[in-house]
Write a protein that binds this ligand. Sequence first.
Ligand code: GLN
Length: 278
Amino acid sequence: MTCRELIRRTAEQFSAAGIPDPVNDAALLLSDLTGISPLSLRLDEDTVLDYRVVEAYQSYVEQRLQRIPLQYILGEAPFFGRLFRVDSRVLIPRPETELLCEWALEVLRNHPLPRILDLCCGSGCIGITLKAEKPDAFVTCSDLSPDALSLASENAARLGVDVAFCRTDLLDGFATSGFDLIISNPPYIPSAVCADLQPEVKQEPLLALDGGPDGLSLYRRIIPDALTTLVHGGILMMELGQGEDAGVEELLLEHSFINVEIREDLSGIRRMILARKP
Ligand code: GLN
C-alpha cells in the first residue's frame, strides 16, 4: 500500500470515529515514524513502507481511535518555537498560552534580572520559555503535582534551560516579596463543564483543568496570596477561561491590585489579565 493510500484509509477510520482533523492526524502520525513531511506523504504514490513502520503506525492509529490526543501519542508538543515533552501527566500547551508568554516578555523588556514564578507550571512551558527568551531572569516553576514537576524538569534539562522547581500548593509557603512577576495558567474550567469536554481533553489531568464550581476557585486563592508574595510594583499575569475576565478583574480590584489590563486571544476571547501590586 502506498503512503497516500494508507493515509486515506486511516483518515476514513478517524473520520468515522468523529476525530476532528482526520487527514492531518493520519499524516502527522506517519510523518513521525518515517521522518518524511506530512504533505509529501499525502502525495506519495511510490514508497513501499517497511512492515515495522506499518505495525508501529497501526499502534499509533489504535491509540488515536481511543481519542488519545495526538501530542500524547507523539510525546511532544510545540510551544513558542520549542518542542516540549508531554504525556498524560500534564496539560498539553496551547497556543493561547504562547500569547501570555509574549506579553510577559514585553512587560519584562526593560526589567533586568527579574525574579519570576510560573505557578501551576505543568509541562513547564511558560517558565522554561521565559528563561530561554530572557536568560538574565531567575525562574522558579511550581506545581502541586509531583508527576508534572518531574516532566517539567525533564523539559528544562532537554532544552538546556536553568530553572528551579518546587512542589507547592499554589503560593503556600513562599516568602514575602520574593517575585517581580508571578505568571500562571491555572485550572479554570468550571467543574460541571469538565464532564462534557471533548474526549481528547478528558484524557488530560483533571487537576490541570478543574477550576471549581464557577471556574474561579484558584484565582480566589492566588490573588490575595500574590499580594504578599510579589514585591511592591510586582506584576501578576494569568490566563483566563472564557467569560471569566470580569470576575477575575473584580477580585484583583478588591485586593487593591492596580493597572489592570486584559488582552484577547486570536479568537477574540478575553483570555489573559495583568495587574500590578501598588
Ligand atoms: N502552565 C502549563 C500550561 O500553560 C500548565 C497549566 C495547567 O496545568 N493548568 O500549559
